[in-house]
Structures are given as structure tokens and as C-alpha cells.
Write a new protein. Structure first.
Length: 348
């Protein structure tokens, strides 16, 4: 019997990478991808594996807030990986409504559907942003208090603890992951690394918020996909647990700018400091020893290798980022101004 897997948000950055990884790794998996195709979801992300795995991959254009649809899809599933989210911190600072709807109400729909139609496991993808600023002397632990600093992070903290409450109250087989900052192929150009490398490729200034010393723990998206796979295959004793996922690879925005400019042989004069983001967190970093000790997962890609692979992917896939920039500029108001793309995106 095939394993029927429902992936939500699989036309986004991490979801698409995960589906491709899972289809290649598990020949017995049949995957349904439920995605609303917001400004962050693109059919271009799924096209590469859609044709190759046509017999095991199925796309459903829909909303996690659509209760009857979610109920129907959950009834046909054994495993669920819940990525779908409003995930753009900048946009959540402008207006949080969609973040509360999708992230909290959409997750509640999935949880309720799992009460009616039991599944083997529901993996809820949370984020390290729920911790707020990491303690100065150490990365965040799973037991640390949740102190989210943006409306996005607050909505993720809400869905994270809501999922836990369904484990406690109803015994649902829920497990949560809190991953650090991802980068790699197919990340949309509003996010820091693709944005900087596309600006650099076009000899445009790299807009650095504030002083640029803020740090994040950066993980290559493939390592995150393997971590999710490990959690999905863990024994039932993980139900109710939460696992941090990080690569122990902390870098400041200035370091990343340097690395990208250096790799593309561009001058450091392209670095340009702009006013800081509201509520900007100084440091995100997680301790993922629990995951490493319990499930034997380890990150495999160094930051330098991951950045080189990411740059190469964007250089080899101009059709992808041109289509994505075009689609995003139509879906997001003030896109060009907010993301400072005007000089080159007009020619796309
Ligand atoms: N990107 C990171 O660094 C990072 C780190 C930790 C955790 N996460 C979490 O991982 C998940 C995926 O992140 P990402 O970077 O791939 O996000 P993304 O924004 O690239 O993709 C989100 C996807 O969800 C879809 N979506 C949005 N609202 C929906 C709705 N109502 N119904 C159905 N689909 C909907 C979008 O169309 C898009 O395809 C999110 O839950 C995010 O919070 C991301």
C-alpha cells in the first residue's frame, strides 16, 4: 500500500524542495500538494517534478482555511506536513490579518480534520522566530519561553501551541519543528539571500537593514527537508514533542553581503545601509542537539558550499526568477518600491 502524504504550502520555497526530495527518496509515497498560490506560491516551483512524478503527485489549488476541502483531503491522507503559511515578516508588520487567518485558523482546520479522520502523524512546521531574540550566551532551546517579536512570529507561536494543545487534549499525533533561517534554490526574491544575490548580479545596491550586525543561524533547505523526513519516520514517542532544526551556522547580514559580493566578483561599495526594520530581532539561533541526539539527523551542507550552490542555481535559472518576480510584482502592491527592484525588474 502506498503512503498517502498531504503537504500544505508545497508551491512555496521549502514545501516544493521537500516534495521533490520526498518523491525522489520514497518511491511508495503519493503526495497531494494543497496550495493557495499566494504571492509566495508558484506553479514554476512544482513544474520540475510534476511531469516526472505525474503518477505520484497531485496538485490541489485551495486554501487551508476552506474547512470542507481540508476535511476531504485529510480523510485521504496517512501523513501530513503542514508548511502553508503567510511567512513574510515585512508584510506582517504592514497588516497581520492574513497571517492570523492562514496561520492560526488554517492550522486549526487541519487539527480539527485530524480529529475526525485520524492520521498517522501531523507534522506542524513552526519556526525559531517564536523564541524572539536568542539569549546572548546561547542558542534557543525547545524549553525556552516563546517571545515572538513580529506579528508573523506571534501567529506562528499561536499555531505552534495550538497544535500542542490538540496533542494534550485529544491525543492527536502531532509533532512540531522550529527551524532556523533557510536558504537555497526556489526561495522567492523578497527574502534576504536571493534578493541580495539578484541585486548584486544586476550591480544594484544591497539594502542592509540598520548596522547589519544582526545574525541568523542559516540552514541549507535540503538539510531542513532531511530533518522533516527524519521526524516523519521517528517512533510514536515523538508525538507531542517539538524539535529545533538548525545548522549551527550563525552569520551576520554584513558577512552574507561580503560572501555574495565576493563570489560574484562585485565591489563592497554595493553595500547600502537603509533604515532598520521595526522590531528587528538581533539574533536568532537554535540548539538542535535534541534532534541530533534523538533521531541522528545532522546538517550536511556548510554555509560556504550552500551559498555557492544557491548562487549557481539562480544563475542557471533566470527563467524561474524572472517569472517569479513578474508574478509577485502583479500580486503584491508596491512590490518594486518595497523591495527596491525597480532598476532591473522593469526589463524582466
Ligand atoms: N523560510 C524559512 O527560513 C523558514 C524557517 C522556519 C520555518 N519556516 C516555515 O516553513 C514554512 C514554509 O516556509 P517557506 O519559506 O517555504 O514559505 P513560502 O512563503 O515560500 O511558502 C508558503 C506557501 O504557502 C502557501 N499558502 C499561503 N497561504 C495559504 C493558504 N491559506 N492555504 C494554502 N496555501 C497557502 C503559499 O502559496 C506558498 O506556496 C512556513 O510555515 C514557515 O513559517 C520557514
Amino acid at each position: 500500500m502506498p503512503t498517502r502524504v498531504l503537504v500544505t504550502g508545497g508551491a512555496g520555497f521549502i514545501g516544493a524542495n521537500f516534495i521533490e526530495y520526498a518523491l525522489q527518496t520514497h518511491p511508495d509515497w503519493h503526495i497531494t500538494n494543497l496550495d493557495k498560490l499566494t504571492y509566495a506560491g508558484f506553479l514554476e516551483n512544482v513544474q520540475p517534478f510534476q511531469a516526472v512524478f505525474a503518477d505520484r503527485y497531485h496538485f490541489v489549488h485551495g486554501d487551508v482555511c476552506d474547512g470542507p476541502l481540508v476535511l476531504q483531503l485529510v480523510a485521504e491522507s496517512d501523513l501530513i506536513v503542514h508548511f502553508a503559511a503567510e511567512s513574510n515578516v515585512d508584510l506582517s508588520i504592514g497588516d497581520a490579518v492574513a497571517f492570523l487567518d492562514t496561520n492560526i485558523y488554517g492550522t486549526r482546520n487541519l487539527l480539527e480534520a485530524c480529529r475526525q479522520h485520524p492520521v498517522q502523524r501531523l507534522l506542524v512546521v513552526s519556526t525559531d522566530e517564536v523564541y524572539g531574540n536568542a539569549w546572548q550566551d546561547r542558542p534557543s532551546l525547545e524549553s525556552d519561553p516563546l517571545m515572538p517579536c513580529s506579528p508573523y512570529a506571534a501567529s506562528k507561536a499561536a499555531l505552534d501551541v495550538l497544535a500542542f494543545s490538540y496533542f494534550e487534549t485529544y491525543g492527536l499525533p502531532v509533532v512540531r519543528t522550529r527551524c532556523s533561517n533557510n536558504y537555497g534554490p526556489r526561495q522567492d526574491p523578497t527574502k534576504l539571500i536571493p534578493r541580495f544575490l539578484l541585486h548584486a548580479l544586476h550591480d544594484q545596491p544591497l539594502p542592509i537593514y540598520g548596522h547589519g550586525h544582526n545574525t541568523r543561524d542559516w540552514i541549507y533547505v535540503q538539510d531542513h527537508c532531511r530533518a522533516i523526513d527524519a521526524v516523519l519516520h521517528a517512533p510514536d514517542s515523538v508525538h507531542g514533542q517539538v524539535f529545533n532544526v538548525g545548522a549551527d551556522s550563525e552569520h551576520s547580514v554584513l558577512t552574507i553581503s561580503d560572501l555574495i559580493l565576493d563570489a560574484l566578483h562585485k565591489p563592497t561599495t554595493l553595500m547600502s545601509h537603509v533604515p532598520d526594520r521595526l522590531g528587528h530581532v538581533r539574533r536568532h539561533a537554535v540548539n538542535s542537539e535534541l534532534l541530533q541526539r534523538t533521531l541522528g539527523w545532522h546538517p550536511e551542507t556548510t554555509f560556504e558550499a550552500g551559498i555557492a550552490q544557491t548562487i549557481a542555481w539562480y544563475q542557471q535559472n533566470p527563467d524561474w526568477w524572472q517569472a517569479v518576480v513578474k508574478a509577485q510584482s502583479q500580486r503584491l502592491p508596491n512590490y518594486a518600491a518595497v523591495y527596491q527592484f525597480p532598476a532591473w525588474f522593469k526589463s524582466v
